[in-house]
Design a protein around this ligand. Sequence first.
Ligand code: SF4
Ligand code: SF4
Length: 227
Amino acid sequence: MGKIFVEIDGNNPRYVCTDCANCTSTFGTSLCSVKDRGCCFYFPEFSLLDIQRMVKTLEGLIVLDTILKHPGTVVQPYSIQTKGFFDKSLYDDYLKKGKLQDFKDIRDLTIFFRACPFVKSGHGCTIPPRYRNVICNTFICEELLSASDNLETIKLYMEERSRYARWVEWENAALKHILMENNVNLVSYFNASVRILQEIPLSEYQFPELDPVMTMYDDDGSWSRGA
Ligand code: SF4
Ligand code: SF4
């Protein structure tokens, strides 16, 4: 049995599930060499709000520097995206040999052959939660959701996630607007953009208190689905 709960790290909310450390979800399956990476097959994009959170502290600036130094990182005018590991030849081989039939319900089969550059096998994310983006911090897979013992509360988690994601989107639009007014962006004038983001007060979001939810997870590692 595990627990899903909300944790606020530096005003950045995230959903934590204690089962994720022993992920057995289909979504967390890795067929590539990077094992035990849960569902961190995602290549993260850091928005202006994420970057603003980073540039406000020395710790965050070090995190930003680590992201920028990664060879897969591309700075875009109003965000930073980092590409991670993708074993394309293994993926092609599996496809050719028809070895992905068990996953026919999954739309993008490349997920099993990818890994985020910031995940450490068996340990999880190396970026502190307060600097992770909204997707990383609030994603919960379907299997975990259906294993919860309180579907009504889980519905609240999903609603609050959507509400918070809308707020993040709005904040990013506002920050983009300020940079545009100053005729700078992360590509044209990176340092000036960072200075402006440092000067703007960080907006705060009052994430509601949500009751923890228990998950039914069998000792043999399989999910007990449904309420
Ligand atoms: S959210 Fe689901 S897929 Fe992702 S690590 Fe947790 S249990 Fe695994
Ligand atoms: S940034 Fe962290 S939480 Fe997000 S996908 Fe990468 S390792 Fe996972």
